[in-house]
Ligand binder design. Structure first.
Ligand SMILES: [Zn+2]
Length: 327
């Protein structure tokens, strides 16, 4: 997408922190029974919407949107809206001098979302928090999980494989890429947990990667999708959206289906170019990276690169996905 910036001096230098982290201490105390979780009720029945931010502790654009939503006083017309700041302990360690370091404390909060892991013997900071939040995820009919990315990129709506979630993402009328993928080999994401990942029910889950973690545009995108999601879920009407939240209507690009994940085999993994995601690699067999001196080749023509990053590099971590654009 952005092919002009090919002279990054040190590819692993942290991106500048252009947005201050939110002050969230006011949300610690909660009547919902779980710290940093707040509910807004309508008198009429309706959707059980769960809005989540800080699944990764250094991705606070979504937390800024959630904080603004809670402070706005906006109430649902139907059902209940629950707002949850997830990995609040990791966020509490955020340090602008080392902004990549506070993604999690013991393990990735977004890799523990299977009954086997949640019911298992593991004892980590993230598992403790996930177990506390699990009843909220269990009851949700609509889950919006707000994330951001290591590298600058257009917004990504990560839908999983189910057609109902892809259709819901398309119905939001927001600009960006729809990424159809099965998740990670190293553990299940919250958006794929339980019935959210099963065919044959109506539960909707959407993970949005709003943009680079600390870019002001990511906050605007998170606010935009938050309100669009509430309207799409039926919790509010479009006329209820307060001024200043929405970006102009747009159409997402045709979905990109992730076909392969490139998992680093060594610490000696490097891309051959400063990819930002969205690049279309014309010919099959083109080297896009090297790993332990072996080339990493594109598997087919017109291969789309999705979320390339070596910022969390270690053996076993996904460094880029290969995708095919539908249609
Ligand atoms: Zn994330």
């Amino acid at each position: 997408m952005n092919t002009t910036n090919k002279s990054l001096p040190t590819p692993l230098a942290a991106h500048p922190v252009q947005v201050e982290p939110p002050q969230l201490s006011r949300w610690a105390e909660s009547t919902a029974g779980v710290a940093y979780v707040h509910e807004r009720f309508a008198s009429k029945p309706g959707p059980e919407v769960l809005l989540t931010a800080l699944v990764h502790g250094n991705e606070y654009s979504g937390a800024l949107a959630l904080d603004a939503f809670l402070r706005s006083g906006l109430l649902p017309r139907r059902g209940r809206i629950t707002a949850a700041f997830c990995n609040i302990d990791a966020f509490g360690r955020f340090d602008a001098a080392q902004p990549d370091a506070s993604r999690y404390i013991d393990e990735d909060f977004n890799r523990v979302w299977s009954a086997a892991v949640l019911d298992g013997p593991g004892q980590t900071a993230e598992l403790a928090r996930a177990r506390a939040l699990r009843p909220l995820v269990d009851r949700a009919t609509h889950l919006l999980d707000l994330h951001s990315m290591h590298e600058p990129c257009v917004p990504l709506m990560v839908t999983g494989l189910l057609p109902r979630n892809i259709a819901f993402a398309q119905s939001l009328n927001m600009a960006g890429e729809i990424i159809v993928d099965a998740g990670h080999a190293d553990g299940q994401r919250m958006r794929d947990y339980g019935e959210f990942g099963e065919a044959g029910n109506a539960r909707i889950a959407l993970l949005v990667e709003a943009g680079q973690h600390w870019d002001p545009s990511s906050v605007a995108v998170a606010r935009n999708v938050l309100m669009r999601f509430l309207v799409g879920a039926g919790a509010i009407d479009s006329a209820d959206v307060p001024p200043g939240w929405l970006m102009p209507d747009a159409a997402a690009a045709a979905p990109v289906t992730v076909t392969h994940r490139v998992v680093a085999r060594s610490m000696d993994f490097a891309f051959v170019d400063a990819y930002r995601g969205g690049e279309v690699i014309r010919s099959a067999g083109t080297p896009i990276a090297h790993d332990a001196s072996e080339p990493v080749l594109t598997p087919y023509d017109d291969c789309v690169l999705v979320m390339p990053s070596v910022r969390q590099l270690r053996p076993g971590v996904t460094t880029v996905r290969f995708g095919r654009r539908d249609g």
